[in-house]
Structures are given as structure tokens and as C-alpha cells.
Ligand binder design. Structure first.
Ligand SMILES: [Zn+2]
Ligand SMILES: [Zn+2]
Length: 327
């Protein structure tokens, strides 16, 4: 399913299997998660997308064959292909464990073709081995919702009370990590989204309400997964002194101005960008121990546009996952 240009529906295309180049593996896609970032690429909200592009960066598949010099995996091995598809390995970020900030990095489903397909290529150094206890569809959301959620959550894992703004694929995984770590979780949804609030409570949230509401106690940290800039001052206003607001999305509407008093008291606003391979290894080791359960809604690959529309409208519980041959 190919995105030819922003704003257009995805187009089904037939193509010969791509040949894995040096260091690459060719993968038979078994499942691919649908992420809000895919919507941002499809809507043209992110610059520098390769076009046409195959979206999808939560790819679970089996290796078919390897290119020259690629020896890490064998045919039949299950691998995950995440958002970070390649980095330069030479810049100061790459050399200091911050390959997520590499200016030359290439991202899956953005600069490299991704997993809305039944075949995908990956640089094997950036592929991840997946815990055997997860089925293909259940493993897919771990690869971005889980991973980016984990990277954001790591920054606030010592906070006793955390707020999650936007209770979708990432937040439903973070809620489980937080509960496992003994944190109290407060979930904020779109006003009136009773279903998401109930879902959050089922996953152990102490409280769930609308994004404009006050939690019963001030938060020690807040993670923002909804792409709404107005939530930054909103969340800051709910924070205890010394608390942190983490913006975890790749795109957000403009942040309105706000009084300095909201930031005073050593409060912090920061973003989290992309992931490192180390994040992937840490999270995929932790997930089965929690154990993190990803709730998924399956769609046949040919109905990718419908999955994107459901994500856009907030009609999903948990994560949408495309399954090739699922029709
Ligand atoms: Zn680099
Ligand atoms: Zn993503």
C-alpha cells in the first residue's frame, strides 16, 4: 500500500520482491502497527518524506534472505523493524549513544519503505529480536508505541504520580510500565471519551478524566501523547514543583503562550525524539517481565486507509495492526 503524495489515499501496488543489499535482510511482513506518525506523514505534516513511500514502522516479520555480509539473522528468524532504520555511526550524537538525534538518520516508513506491505527490507543492525511470548500482531505495537513510550517514561520513572495525556496505543503500554513500577497513573482523554477512560481504569489508572479536568492530586510528571500544543500549559498547570512535562509525539500543533508562573518552581518541558537501539533492547527485555499486554485491533493490509481513519477519529481501543493476507 503506497503513499504517492500527501493527502492522497494509499494505493495498492504489485511489485517484485526487493533484493536485500549489503547488510540488509528481506522480511516477509506478518504484522505492522499503525502509528500516529503515519498520519503525520500521510498528511504532509513532516518534511523530507521519501515519495512515494510505504508507511509503517512497527514491522514484525520473518527473514526470507540476507544480503551480502548480513549474518546476524537466518532465514525464518522473527525480527522487528522499528522507526530508526539507519544512522551514520560517525557524528557526535551517534558516538555518544544518542543515535536517535543523528541528523543523517533514516526512518522506516518515512525515508525508507516500511511495513504496509507484505515484504520489507531492513538494515539488519537496526532490526530487533522479539520476545517469543508475543504473537506477531501483539508484538507490533511494542515497536513504536511501546518503544517511544518507554523512552519517554524512562525520564519520569521516579515520579510517584504521572499523568498520561492522550490514552491511545502508547499510553496504554506506558500505564502498564508505570503500574509495574509502583507509580500512580492519571489518564487524560478527549472530553467525553468515556470508553478510553474506562480502558485506562481497567489498566490500573487511579483516575481517568477529560484533558481539561483537574486530577485529584497534583502530578509529579506528565507525558503528552496527543499532538495538541494546548496540552503543554494545561499539563504544566497540573504539575507539582520540580515536575516534568514530556512531549512524546513527533508533531504537535503550536504551543500557546502561558504565564511564567506555570514553569517557575523548577518545572521542565521537554521532548523525546525517536529511539536508540539500546532503548529497543531494554524495552523488549522488560516488556515480557511486566508483562506488557498490547491490545490490538486487526485490519487486513488492503484496509490500511480505514485503520488510519479510525486512528484519526479516535475510534480505536489500544493499537491498530495491519495483517497482510488478513482479508
Ligand atoms: Zn550520526
Ligand atoms: Zn510510531
Amino acid at each position: 500500500m503506497v503513499l504517492d503524495a500527501p493527502g492522497r489515499p494509499l494505493a495498492p501496488r504489485e511489485a517484485a520482491d526487493p533484493e536485500p543489499g549489503p547488510g540488509e535482510v528481506l522480511v516477509e511482513v506478518k504484522a505492522c502497527g499503525v502509528c500516529r506518525t503515519d498520519l503525520h506523514v500521510a498528511d504532509g505534516e513532516l518534511p523530507d518524506a521519501k515519495l512515494p513511500i510505504i508507511l509503517g514502522h512497527e514491522v514484525v516479520g520473518r527473514v526470507i534472505r540476507s544480503g551480502a555480509g548480513a549474518t546476524r539473522f537466518r532465514a525464518g528468524d522473527r525480527v522487528g523493524i522499528p522507526w530508526l532504520g539507519w544512522s551514520c555511526g560517525e557524528c557526535e550524537f551517534c558516538r555518544s549513544g544518542r543515535e536517535n538525534l543523528c541528523a543523517r538518520a533514516q526512518f522506516t516508513g518515512y525515508q525508507r519503505d516500511g511495513g504496509y506491505s507484505d515484504r520489507a527490507l531492513a538494515d539488519e543492525r537496526y532490526a530487533l529480536a522479539l520476545p517469543a511470548s508475543y504473537g506477531d500482531a501483539e508484538a507490533a505495537p511494542l515497536l513504536c508505541a511501546g518503544l517511544i513510550g518507554y523512552r519517554a517514561w524512562k525520564l519520569v520513572r521516579d515520579a510517584p504520580r504521572i499523568g498520561l495525556y492522550g490514552f491511545g496505543a502508547a499510553a496504554h503500554i506506558v500505564a502498564q510500565l508505570a503500574r509495574h513500577a509502583g507509580q500512580e497513573v492519571f489518564a487524560f482523554t478527549r472530553p467525553g471519551d468515556i470508553e478510553a477512560q474506562r480502558f485506562a481504569t481497567e489498566l490500573g489508572a487511579r483516575w481517568a478524566g477529560a484533558s481539561g479536568e483537574a486530577p485529584p492530586r497534583p502530578l509529579a510528571a506528565a507525558l503528552l501523547f496527543a499532538p495538541v500544543g494546548g496540552l503543554v500549559p494545561e499539563a504544566l498547570g497540573r504539575l507539582e514543583r520540580g515536575g516534568t512535562v514530556v512531549c512524546a509525539g513527533i508533531h504537535m500543533s503550536d504551543i500557546p503562550s502561558f504565564p511564567y508562573a506555570l514553569l517557575w518552581g523548577e518545572r521542565t518541558v521537554r521532548s523525546v525524539a525517536n529511539l536508540t537501539r539500546r532503548d529497543g533492547e531494554e524495552f523488549l527485555a522488560l516488556a515480557p517481565r511486566v508483562p506488557v499486554r498490547a491490545e490490538v485491533t486487526r485490519y487486513p493490509l488492503s484496509r490500511a486507509d480505514e485503520a488510519l481513519a479510525d486512528l484519526r477519529q479516535g475510534r480505536l481501543r489500544g493499537a491498530a495492526v495491519l495483517v497482510p493476507g488478513g482479508e
